[in-house]
Design a protein around this ligand. Structure first.
Ligand code: ZN
Length: 234
């Protein structure tokens, strides 16, 4: 194992929870970072502490590696964004083919702040759940966007950060399978029970894949991935 530390973008959703355990299995010092940016639903943020406790309880080695949690308030991002995640607007497709849940610049801003924090905390690896496979068309989730940003951050901060995106080329079913391979059935159950993905911010009914409205794009993707994971023997 490398002695390098990692900073994980940790929202409290399925993807970032899987990324956090992925990092805990690899790096001796792992810290977490969450953002408050005026999102309509703070349920994901409220899940974070419970998930960190649950993850630490799964494995004593993970508990020893899991370091500080950081929360950065970025109200300015919400103030300048007209999206269904930051305004009381129905989720819809915009004329350019992007859903209006897209917050322009969000991942660029998040990763830039993450790098600034990683700089201060002397953490070389920055881990995020961006995914080009099942993604909703968000351009800043694409591999090329992340790689370009890595170059810009390293040039601009004179560091050698590595932006790691373990979910980039896998779909939601494979994300469930990755969680199982990393932390066993205990981790799968923790993700089902305590992570939150629903765009509408609903805990609502408990489905086999977790809580949520069951009909928004995020719930549909999560449910479909879970069904495939189970059908494949997960
Ligand atoms: Zn939903």
């Amino acid at each position: 194992m490398t002695d390098e530390g990692a900073l994980v973008l940790f929202s409290g959703g399925q993807d970032s929870t899987t990324c956090l355990t992925w990092a805990l299995a690899r790096y001796p010092r792992v810290e977490t970072l969450g953002f408050e940016y005026g999102q309509r639903h703070r349920i994901e943020m409220d899940c974070r502490a419970r998930l960190r406790t649950g993850i630490a309880a799964l494995d004593p080695a993970w508990a020893a590696r899991l370091g500080d949690d950081h929360v950065v308030v970025l109200d300015a991002l919400g103030a300048i964004s007209e999206t269904a995640l930051t305004r009381d607007t129905a989720i819809a497709m915009a004329a350019d083919g992007l859903p209006n849940t897209f917050v322009p610049g969000r991942n660029i801003v998040f990763l830039t702040f993450a790098a600034a924090l990683a700089y201060r905390r002397d953490l070389r690896r920055i881990v995020g759940g961006m995914c080009e496979t099942d993604f909703s068309g968000y351009p800043d989730c694409r591999d090329d966007a992340i790689k370009a940003l890595q170059v810009a951050l390293n040039l601009g901060m004179d560091r050698r950060f590595v932006l790691e995106t373990p979910l980039m080329w896998i779909d939601k079913a494979a994300t469930w399978a990755l969680a199982k391979a990393t932390g066993g059935q205990g981790l799968v159950e923790l993700i089902v029970e305590d992570t939150h993905t629903c765009y509408l911010g609903q805990r609502g009914d408990r489905h086999d894949w977790g809580y949520g409205c069951g009909t928004c794009p995020a719930c549909e993707l999560r449910a479909k991935g879970y069904a495939t994971f189970v059908a494949d023997g997960g």
